[in-house]
Design a protein around this ligand. Sequence first.
Ligand code: DQA
Length: 151
Amino acid sequence: MHILVVNGPNLNLLGRREPEIYGTQTLADIDNELTKTFPDVRFTFFQSNHEGAIIDTLQSAMDRTYNGVVLNPGAFTHYSYAVRDAVAALPVPVIEVHLSNIHLRAESAAGEEFRRLSVIAPVCKAQVSGFGPAGYVLAVRMLLNATTETQ
Ligand code: DQA
């Protein structure tokens, strides 16, 4: 079992970026937690602030090198049709993850209505939103289940 974990723009700043929203764990903490929780799973971790680099990495899952993908597209979630198309092309399941609850934030006083829409979610197997770092663990569990289902 080999899972690709892709994080998009500004997620390299986790731990320092708006900790009241995204918490104090760093991306390295989240990666380490996954490795520790799933000792039998091989992980490849990737983060980029650049749309093209994310698409190139997603395309590396085209030949089924990975059994599944965990993707937090950051703000690309809300407007990147290019990332959506890359996900739609993949033959393996993709789980979209958000640390924060993007739907709640759309309702909040901050008036961030743009966060309500994910253009990526309709081409994913599922969306996990609002569980903080635990969302990544849940996403991997979902992929393990999905892979068993198709065997
Ligand atoms: C995010 C939510 C997005 O709306 C935001 O642009 C991010 C992080 C999350 O993990 O909660 O960068 O994907």
